[in-house]
Design a protein around this ligand. Structure first.
Ligand SMILES: *Cc1c(COP(=O)(O)O)cnc(C)c1O
Length: 236
């Protein structure tokens, strides 16, 4: 049987990742592909799942939970969007990784909920590396202090950093931000902070995932290149 458009697109992203790894002499296991399935139906996720993908990213709590209920339990769900504190209770326990921890208040809430459920929650610290007013995340210069503060909270484990790079036409424009993120990531590792295990550098999307990998991304979050353009017309 011929592959569907969806599977062809997925395979082309996988090939690009492999080629970039090969070119940079990075072991291919070092880069994880998160298929960003927001706004896309369960049927498409199943198809991608059958092609071997287990990491999926969603940016809305309700949508993540709906899909979580309907899909195989070995899927690793990544919450990649801004998380409001009043929704923490719904996702804690269902996600593999919460990517966008962008405030102390949110970290406290996750810690509270983790203790209530007696589980440990893995998170990434979101950094607003380009200082964009419209973006969430800690400022570069405050990241280390906030990491230290959050590392002391019960039930919460910092696993790395995440960035949503600016939207650009030429992915080269984001290279500097990816380099800065990698440097910050290494700086944090070298500080040897208790309860902080830096394993994930989540950066790179459809427009710039190859550049992100070249600069040290361990997780790329790719939506459009796999699933096609998103149609928001019905979702609001
Ligand atoms: C939507 C989204 C992505 C995927 O974006 P594409 O450009 O479609 O690959 C990645 N990360 C975050 C945080 C997103 O919200």
């Amino acid at each position: 049987m011929e592959d569907s458009v969806l599977i062809r697109q997925l395979n082309s992203v996988r090939t690009n990742i492999l080629n970039t790894c090969e070119h940079m002499q990075i072991p291919k296991e070092a880069v994880c592909l998160i298929a960003v399935s927001k706004t896309k139906p369960v049927s498409m996720i199943k198809e991608v799942y059958q092609a071997g993908i287990r990491d999926f990213g969603e940016n809305k709590v309700q949508e993540l939970i709906d899909k979580y209920e309907q899909l195989p339990k070995d899927i690793r769900w990544h919450l990649i969007g801004h998380l409001q504190t009043n929704k923490v209770k719904y996702v804690v326990g269902k996600t593999t990784l919460i990517h966008g921890v962008d405030s102390i208040k949110l970290a406290k809430e996750i810690s509270k909920e983790a203790q209530k459920k007696q589980i440990d929650v893995d998170i990434l610290i979101q950094v607003n590396i380009a200082n964009e007013e419209t973006k969430y995340g800690f400022k570069e210069e405050e990241v280390i202090d906030r990491v230290i503060e959050i590392s002391k909270m019960e039930g919460i484990h910092i696993k790395g950093l995440m960035i949503i790079a600016p939207y650009v036409d030429n992915s080269e424009e984001n290279r500097l931000y990816f380099q800065k993120m990698k440097q910050l990531y290494v700086d944090i590792i070298q500080k040897n902070i208790d309860n902080v295990h830096m394993e994930v550098l989540s950066m790179g999307m459809t427009g710039d995932y190859q550049v992100a990998i070249e600069e040290g991304a361990s997780c790329v979050r790719v939506g459009t290149a796999i699933f096609g353009m998103r149609d928001y017309a019905n979702s609001h």
